[in-house]
Design a protein around this ligand. Structure first.
Ligand code: 3HC
Length: 306
């Protein structure tokens, strides 16, 4: 049986029953839980527009996407449980503010165009961040990512198509799309985390094969992928310093205000209190479902023993 070090050195998967350092386990619990929490909280900004979608087709697409996000959360909680933590513990930690969710979901969705900007930018950023996680050293996390990434591609495409429709619609629709992109561009870049020189976990996570690329590397990959798409949309990105570097063959972007990221992560974003309050309320309102399911499971178990 290979040791943990041998598995990592051979770029092989670490599985739940393998010996692993406590710190490796703790890092995975932190990151997978935060990822799962992000999926669940991330349903709120888009859920806000389910009853106000402009057509049945758009409503059906958005409904499918929001349901996907719930499923992503469940896959990820299941992956976290293989590390010896329970879903209840993780949700208690989220509700008590001991665990986090992605900064990006603390911004409001002010118009229908925000649904397009979230799909195109936020899910686009998620794909760039999550594809390398399909090769994460921890087996259950990597395998959960394979299906998540396939569904994220649909999420990103529907957002792009929604924005393309608005951008090539009336003047007012074009302006609505541009306003949404203006508000979501910089927070989407912040999703990738602090700059590499301020990232507390990157070095160790990369050594353990949890993180395959640094925050700044993935952020740059996202910028290079997205700038040409903005041109195809006929929308501009709110960065006057954006310019093509012919020599490096990459898009140079303006300074990112990381103080905003740190403030939002600390709980001082536009919607932090509302998002967590809504989550806690939903959990409390759903207690009867959990109790009924547990009672039913006990009855089935008693029947099985009878
Ligand atoms: N939001 C909230 N917290 C963040 C953050 C963000 N955007 N970026 C970094 N942080 C936190 C880290 O959790 C860490 O917190 P800690 O000090 O309490 O441990 C601290 O800031 C330092 O950051 P690091 O770079 O050292 O942390 P990581 O190595 O964990 O890197 C990460 C951050 C890149 C987000 C990494 O955790 C990761 O890749 N996570 C998995 C993907 C994920 O969670 N994506 C979130 C969005 S989910 C989503 O997009 C769903 C889609 O359907 C829309």
């Amino acid at each position: 049986m290979s040791t943990f070090e041998e598995l990592i050195a051979a770029n092989e998967r670490v599985e739940p029953r393998d010996d692993m350092p406590d710190a490796y386990r703790a890092t995975l619990v932190r990151q997978i839980a935060q990822h799962a929490h992000s999926e669940i909280i991330g349903m709120q900004p888009e859920g806000n527009w389910l009853t106000r979608a402009p057509s049945l087709r758009r409503k059906a697409i958005l409904l499918a996407k929001v349901q996907d996000e719930a499923g992503h959360g469940l896959y990820l909680y299941a992956a976290a449980e293989t590390l010896g933590v329970s879903r209840e513990e993780l949700l208690d930690a989220l509700h008590a503010g001991r665990q986090k969710y992605s900064s990006i979901f603390n911004y409001p969705t002010l118009s229908w165009a925000d649904i397009g900007a979230i799909g195109w930018l936020v899910d686009g950023a998620a794909i760039v961040n999550q594809v390398p996680l399909c090769r994460c050293s921890y087996g259950p996390y990597a395998r959960a990512m394979v299906r998540v990434c396939k569904e994220e591609s649909f999420h990103q495409r529907q957002g792009f198509e929604l924005l393309h429709t608005l951008s090539h619609g009336t003047e007012a629709q074009h302006a609505m799309a541009q306003d949404a992109v203006d508000r979501w561009w910089w927070p989407s870049l912040m999703m990738f985390g602090p700059p590499d020189d301020a990232s507390t976990h990157s070095a160790q996570s990369m050594e353990w094969g949890i993180k395959r690329f640094s925050n700044d590397t993935l952020r740059q990959r996202f910028v290079d992928m997205t700038v040409p798409q903005a041109e195809a949309l006929g929308l501009t990105l709110p960065d006057p310093d954006l310019r093509w570097d012919e020599e490096a063959e990459t898009w140079r972007h303006g300074e990112i205000d990381f103080t905003e990221l740190f403030e939002v992560v600390k709980g001082n974003g536009p919607c932090n209190a509302q998002r967590l309050g809504h989550r806690v309320q939903a959990h409390e309102d759903g207690a009867w479902v959990r109790e009924a399911a547990a009672a039913y499971a006990r009855k089935q178990a008693e029947k099985g023993r009878a």
